[in-house]
Structures are given as C-alpha cells and as structure tokens.
Design a protein around this ligand. Structure first.
Ligand code: SF4
Length: 353
C-alpha cells in the first residue's frame, strides 16, 4: 500500500479510492472561465482539478478560484519555481513540477518545503521529454529505466531533506514505456502514483491509449489518482476516467451495459436497443449490469448473468432479472420494460420488495 498524501480534502494513496482529476483548458488568469470549467468538471465527477500557471497573475488568480470552487486545486508549474511558491501562497492544494526543467536541486527543495509548510502536496512529474542530460547519456534514450533513475534521484534529494508529501508520476506518450516505468518504480517507493498517458491525442485515439495504459496499471494495482489527457474538453477526460475505473472494477459510475457484438444470428436491431437503454439509464447511479443480447442462442445465458437483461428474438425478447426468467415482451416494449426493471432494481437493489 502507498503512503497517503493529502491534497485539500482528498487523500491520494493509502486506502483511499483512486481519485479522478483533470486539468482546465482555459487561461487561468481568466478566473470566471476557469471557475466555470472547474465546476463543470466537478459536476461530471472530477475530484481534483489542475490549472496551468504561466505567470504571476495566473498564480495569484488561484486565491480567487479557490474561493469559488469546491475541489482541491493543483498548480501546474514549468521552469519558474517562484511561480510554484506564489501558487502555494495563493492557496494551491498541490503543485505539480517537472524536476527536469525547474532549475536544479535547490529550487525543487524550496518548493517542496513550502508545500509542506502550507499543508499542501507536491507532485514530481517525471516526463520522458525532459530527463537530465547525464541520465540520457547513460541510457542512450528516454527509456523507462532512465525515467525511474531520474525519479529516484529527485526523490532521494527530497527525502533526505525530510519532505513527506510527495506524489509521483512518470509519463511518456508511449503506453508500453509508461507501464514499464511505473512497474519498475513501484519497487523503489511507497509514495502514491498519479497515472496517465501524456499527450494521448484526440477522440478515440486518446481514449484507447489512455484505457490501455491506465487500465493496465490499475489492473496491476498501481495508481492512486488518475488523469486522462485528451485533446478535448476536461469534462470528457473525467467521463473517460470514470469508464476506465469502472471497467477494472474500481468504481461504479452508472449501469454497465453488456450488449452483444451482433452477428448473422441477430434478430433485432441490437445497436439501437443498446443505445436507447444506455441513454435511458445514464442517470442511474447503481452498479447495475444490464444485458442486451441479440438472439436466443447465447443470449439467455449472458442475460441471466446480469442484474437485468433481455435476450431478443424475432418478435420480441425474453426478460431476465436477478437470474430469473420474467417472461416474453414485444419488440417495441423491450426498452421501456428494461427501464422499468432498472427503476425497480434501483428502489430495491437487494431484491427485498
Ligand atoms: S448473442 Fe446471439 S446475436 Fe449476439 S453475437 Fe451472440 S450469437 Fe450473435
């Protein structure tokens, strides 16, 4: 188990559930837009939100932003450690720094000690794109081993100085390198891991890379807080993070729709039924498994495994709930019947009514 670290009112690591974070896309100096974007991300499920601190005005804006949002705010710093100090003065709950571009040992230590004095955390964000020259010369390339050596070097420096509020990330745009780096690093530290695939890209491309990388790490038991990086809105990053967590059994954010891929035996428009059911149940917050199967061959078996389900046939479907056959339903009644069953389930998840 990792060592718990406090970030505002969210604990990262230890026995705490994996937290979801995102980063705003607007200019942090525009307080109104930043507050609005943070609120939007929180309404989608973000628990921690990071903002880019590009200059002193952005650092100072954190005070006003913090007064208007409910979640911890993290300051994202590159190059100028004074901006990290200023952000902490303004109330940042955590600062994310890249030790590779902060200007050496002393600035890093100053930031870590300031964070500690403020009850804030510091994330060491090791990035394959900005490793130290001597490490690169030794390894010949920004390999997972090179990233781990860089992380260990900076950690030792902080630990020797008594710093005890560290979160660590080792990011590369290569999924394989990222996974290897975290696996390797887990053997050397108990500080919690912030995990993600950096610059994952737009749309499906970014979602798939993030799911492969983050999902694999979580399945290996690595990762205490998650950020999905997409070329898209921050609220979308949060939705994808929730789906990844749910898919590896680490959270329940809505019904799990199990629908068959369809094949030559399909007897109804499963794609449309599954989409309608998914839309109709999107606000149900229970860990409900809903099966929508396309035929009576494999359908009944799969549908029985779910909490509720339907195995579709030519003129309708057979409904199942809690492993029992409930009876037949006409094609046009499949979606309303599943929604009704989901509502009954939500009212009595233990099946006592
Ligand atoms: S459940 Fe039936 S229709 Fe769907 S993929 Fe399996 S065999 Fe094909």
């Amino acid at each position: 188990m990792t060592t718990p670290v406090r970030c505002g009112d969210v604990i990262i690591g230890g026995e705490a559930p994996v937290s979801i974070q995102t980063m705003t896309k607007c200019d942090t100096r525009d307080v109104e837009s930043t507050v609005s974007e943070i609120r939007q991300a929180v309404s989608h499920g973000a628990q921690i939100v990071r903002v880019a601190v590009v200059d002193k005005d952005a650092a100072r804006a954190i005070e006003s932003i913090k007064n208007q949002v409910s979640c911890p705010v993290v300051a994202d710093i590159h190059f100028d450690y004074n901006l990290a100090l200023l952000s902490l003065e303004a109330g940042a709950d955590k600062v994310r720094v890249n030790p590779g571009n902060l200007g050496g040992k002393e600035p890093l230590l100053k930031v870590a000690q300031k964070a500690r004095s403020k009850g804030a955390a510091i994330r060491l964000g090791i990035n394959s794109g900005s490793l130290e020259r001597d490490i690169l010369e030794t390894y010949g390339a920004p390999t997972p081993g090179a990233m781990v050596e860089s992380a260990r070097r900076h950690l030792k420096h902080l630990e020797d100085a008594g710093v005890d509020n560290v979160v660590l990330s080792l990011k590369s745009s290569s999924v394989k390198h990222t996974i290897e780096a975290y696996m390797m690093m887990a053997g050397f530290t108990k500080w919690p891991f912030h995990i993600g695939i950096t610059e994952a890209g737009p749309g499906n491309h970014g979602v798939i890379k993030s799911a492969a990388g983050i999902g694999t790490l979580l399945a290996l038991g690595l990762g205490d807080t998650v950020r999905v990086s997409l070329t898209g809105p921050s609220s979308e990053e949060v939705e994808v993070a929730k789906q990844i967590l749910q898919s590896v059994g680490l959270g329940f954010y809505g019904p799990d729709i199990i629908s068959c891929p369809t094949c030559g035996r399909t007897q109804v428009d499963v794609v449309s039924v599954a989409r309608q059911v998914s839309d109709a149940l999107k606000d149900v917050s229970l860990p409900l498994k809903v099966a929508v199967m396309g035929c009576p061959v494999n359908g009944p078996g799969e549908a029985r495994e779910a909490d509720i389900g339907v195995a579709c046939g030519r003129d309708g479907g057979i409904l199942f709930a809690r492993g029992k056959v409930l009876g037949r339903v006409a094609s046009e009644q499949i979606v309303p019947a599943l929604v009704r069953l989901a509502q009954q389930y939500a009212e009595s998840p233990e099946g006592k009514n």
